[in-house]
Design a protein around this ligand. Structure first.
Ligand SMILES: [Zn+2]
Length: 274
């Protein structure tokens, strides 16, 4: 689908929602609580279908052997805080990155496994992404950014798309340019650090990653960083959080030299989901 087609769908779908919301048929109105879970699952499924259609999802690769133990530990720690199962997929894209969609899917770009300098940095990144899902940040952002095009209302009514579809279409177009507020990012950093501790990973990994980013050549800075700019406030907030909870965090070493080495096999083979 081209970008303009996506945009047109999003606009039409949004307009349809407006009509549905103002139709006054309360018998079909569900509470936000009831609909959000299903919306998120459907939205995630549509993004999955789109990535699969583009041939980006890695079906099998030795890289999964490196990712799986970390993903499994994080899933066990984070799952009680989210009502759909977390699932991790490797995807093939040019820039090292990771992103989570509503519904529990977490996508890890293969090159991220070569970018991180140790296990804790990778774990910290994944704990952060999982926490966006726990906080429903994506769906909140999509709803905030939605614009209503009234002239599209007529066409949209004919199509009758669901709310999840509307949001998914909008999300697919923005997957790589989601800009969360600094407050949202900071909150997610803290939740992510809690998840990392619960999963048994040194939560300083995320701080080390920020430091790496700060020192990296700007051309090599992954998308992850332009979405999540290095911000001393965020590092400070993490350090305050660690100090406030010495029982949970005190046992972890802040010295990067204590990190667990991580290495992904060079030129690992990949087969793709079709
Ligand atoms: Zn983030």
């Amino acid at each position: 689908m081209t970008e303009s087609t996506l945009l047109r769908f999003a606009l039409m779908a949004t307009a349809a929602l407006l009509v549905l919301q103002t139709s006054g048929d309360v018998s079909h109105v569900l509470s936000q609580e009831q609909t959000q879970g299903d919306d998120e699952q459907q939205m995630g499924q549509e993004v999955f279908n789109e990535l699969k259609a583009k041939g980006e999802i890695v079906e099998s690769s030795p890289l999964y052997d490196q990712l799986r133990p970390i993903a499994d530990a994080i899933t066990r720690a984070a799952q009680p805080q989210y009502n759909h199962p977390f699932k991790f997929y490797l995807v093939h894209e040019t820039q090292p990155n990771a992103f989570a969609t509503p519904g529990g899917n977490v996508y890890v770009v293969d090159s991220l496994l070569y970018f991180v300098k140790n296990t804790e940095e990778l774990a910290g990144t994944l704990c952060h992404e999982v926490s966006h899902t726990i906080h429903h940040d994506t769906i909140t952002l999509m709803e905030k950014q939605r614009n209503i095009e009234k002239r599209e209302v007529g066409a949209a009514v004919l199509l009758g798309p669901t709310r999840a579809h509307i949001l998914a279409i909008a999300l697919i177009g923005k997957l790589h340019s989601l800009i969360y507020s600094r407050d949202a990012e900071s909150r997610v950093d803290l939740t992510g650090s809690d998840v990392c501790v619960a999963a048994g990973y040194n939560p300083w990994g995320l701080v080390w990653l920020f430091q790496d980013f700060k020192n990296a050549n700007i051309a090599q800075v992954p998308q992850l960083l332009s979405d999540h700019p290095n911000d001393q406030h965020r590092v400070d907030a993490l350090e305050r959080h660690f100090r406030k909870n010495p029982q949970a965090f005190g046992k972890f070493n802040s010295d990067k030299r204590s990190a667990t080495p991580f290495s992904a096999p060079k030129n690992a083979s990949e087969t793709f989901l079709h």
